[in-house]
Write a protein that binds this ligand. Sequence first.
Ligand code: 5CU
Length: 364
Amino acid sequence: MAPIVDIHTHVYPPKYMELLRSRTTVPYVREFPDAPDSSRLIILPGEDDPSMPSTSRGRPIGSEYFDIKQKIAFMDQHKIDKSVISLANPWLDFLPAEEAGQKAVEINNDVNEQCELYPGRLYFFGTLPLSSDTDTIVKEIERLSTLKRARGVILGTSGLGSGLDDPKLDPVYAALQKHNQLIFLHPHYGLPTSVYGPRASEYGHVLPLAMGFPLETTIAVTRMLLSGVWDRFTGLNVLLAHSGGTLPFLAGRIESCILHDGHLKAHGKTEKRRDIWEILKTNIYLDAVVYSTVGLNAAIEASGADRLLFGTDHPFFPPLEADAMEWHSVNANYTAISKSFSGEDEKAQGVLGGNAVRILKLED
Ligand code: 5CU
């Protein structure tokens, strides 16, 4: 039996918690006077709206966000053998350029040390100092490739500030390709809050998380594709959060729009390019954090069962009932895998962990 591996699972390590607690603008962690006993994590754009009661800003943050023992307890509780942990959003995107390089070193070392406490159980995707200059970013990629438990990097969609189709990212992509480091691409910024409408505050976090996150990922990847990132870096591998947002469902439409675009044709950009289907099956991996067979089947169809990897998104999406033993969000992903691969045990085992062990070299 292959081990069960969770490749989408976050932490805010102690060094990062210190940083969040020292801040007064988003992102930050603090207690509010009307609820002094509970800290709140405020990270998403718009979450800090002063018109909201402080207890509905952001989300409560407890030790499950930063105590590595709790990660292990969660893994044990849900029969997860290994986890590839990553710093949660918004990573270091907000730091001034001159601070980012040193903070990335501290935080990556911090996470590597936490992984070392549980040999064979914990690995991590490192964090890059993206607000810094590309030399500093490349240096951290090189350094990460020497850290024992590092298995790639987690990246948001903003890149150096202008998105992932920015040609200034080429040295970063070149270094990642050279050191064979996977990018775990994860959303944070969502869509402009105006699209959620004037009643948005009545709907909790549903619109930014269910719609904003996946669409942000889809747009970011499509921009990478359109700008020819994978034509220049044919060995660059990217793991997309939330089963690629809506990419598997929209891939046909994206490809058709490219083929029918007069502007692209006039600039010779519809020929001599690797199409989206090839990239989905060669450069892209998808996590299985989509909570239903409908999304999972689209992911399987688009990239193949051997490129799909189980994840939980822990510590986000905890059960709302105080006494719940198991997490519904985790069980929804387990159930979707079991239903989609009914009678195909080998493929199910691959998605649950075998693929991750092979792709991320998790044998100790
Ligand atoms: O609930 C949330 O806000 C989040 C988040 O910020 N990041 C994430 O990975 N999942 C859920």
